[in-house]
Write a protein of this length. Structure first.
Length: 292
């Protein structure tokens, strides 16, 4: 098996149904069942997913309940890597993120572009603005349901670009290099293991800046080749997330930065964009995000 996709969920039955469908053979283009698997990990939810609801997407979808009292997904992410059968690992740390129809197929191909690839997809928020802003103007799950219905999702997967706002970490667009936070990433298992996975000391809500720290540490790996996917990405659903779904003036960024500094001994700063390989196609609906 070429790729194992590890997705972390916490009390998000509504969002999980869409995320998992967006990773299934019924939605993804140019992939086969034997080329990838999806490992859905429930991170100690008090309203856990039903294993049957995961299994219905096919035998390559697997459910695992990770008992924990931690509000961080980091231990679950690392545990998912031990369950994976693939030669390469992909991660969606926040399971509320739906995929475009070519995300898996393009990632599978992009993994062959270098000896040690680091494949990243950009991220968007569903809705008229980043969700920390739009929620203050009435955006909620009901509004989001109506928005998705308006584009006939899931039959029109690439129309997600027409009802979304690019995430702050990706605001430069497709051609601005590797984002400081990668909400979709894939890399060889060997590289992940040599990096010792995600740092389990990150224990603030949602993992704090663990994605940023892992991205920067991976970029320091000898021979790493970052690849940014064009025309593909992940789209965040509204679910009450600790960072994405709070008013922007109440973002816990200070707590995240304080944890980062206490663990690494240095203040968090955005690292310069490394040289990247751009790979993929640009559907018309995504072209407005080429360079912003």
């Amino acid at each position: 098996m070429k790729l194992s996709i590890i997705v972390i969920f916490y009390n998000m039955r509504r969002e999980a149904a869409r995320t998992l469908h967006s990773l299934s053979l019924a939605y993804q283009q140019g992939v086969t069942q034997d080329s990838y698997e999806v490992i859905a990990i429930d991170n100690g939810s008090d309203q856990p997913l039903c294993p049957e609801d995961v299994a219905k997407f096919g035998p390559h979808f697997k459910y695992h309940f990770h008992p924990t009292e931690s509000i961080s997904p980091v231990q679950a992410m690392n545990h998912g890597s031990t369950l994976a059968q693939g030669d390469n690992l992909a991660f969606i740390v926040d399971g509320a993120r739906m995929a475009t129809p070519g995300l898996v197929g393009k990632t599978l191909t992009a993994l062959d572009l270098a000896a040690s690839p680091f494949v990243a997809g950009l991220s968007w928020h569903l809705g008229p603005d980043i969700q920390g802003q739009s929620m203050q103007r009435g955006y909620n799950q009901a509004a989001e349901d109506a928005l998705l219905a308006s584009i006939n999702w899931p039959k029109a997967g690439y129309k997600l670009f027409t009802i979304s706002t690019i995430a702050p970490s990706c605001k430069g667009g497709f051609l601005r290099g590797l984002p400081p936070e990668c909400s979709w990433l894939a890399l060889p298992r060997q590289v992940f293991d040599e990096l010792n996975g995600y740092d389990p000391r990150f224990q603030t809500g949602g993992g704090g800046l663990v994605n940023h720290e892992f991205r920067d540490r991976a970029m320091a790996y000898h021979g790493i080749s970052p690849v940014v996917l064009l025309g593909e990405g992940v789209f965040h659903q509204f679910h009450g997330g600790v960072a994405t779904n709070v008013p922007t003036q109440h973002l816990p960024l200070a707590d995240f930065k304080a944890e980062y500094q206490s663990l690494t001994g240095k203040e968090y700063k955005k690292h310069p964009h490394p040289e990247v390989i751009y790979y993929g196609n640009m559907p018309k609906s995504a072209q407005k995000f080429t360079l912003m």
